[in-house]
Unconditional design. Structure first.
Length: 74
């Protein structure tokens, strides 16, 4: 548990640290690839666990909602 003795102060980044118009870096590209792979693994595991038509319907409904939310953000 954190106590005043073992806390390490971390300064806030400067206001200009984030620039939404700056080209994406290799680090961010790598992080996006890792996230995509983690989501794919999770979805593959969830799909393999489906055993009944009811579970399949629930899975399809959930994935449809995810896809709709992604396309509405664009």
């Amino acid at each position: 548990m954190a106590t005043p003795r073992n806390l390490i102060p971390v300064p806030k980044p400067p206001a200009d640290a984030f620039n939404k118009h700056r080209p994406v870096s290799k680090l961010l590209t790598s992080q996006m690839e890792h996230m995509a792979e983690a989501v794919k693994r999770h979805m593959d595991e969830a799909m393999r666990s489906v055993k009944t038509e009811g579970e399949a319907a629930a899975y399809i409904s959930k994935m449809s909602a995810v896809l709709r939310s992604l396309t509405s953000e664009e």
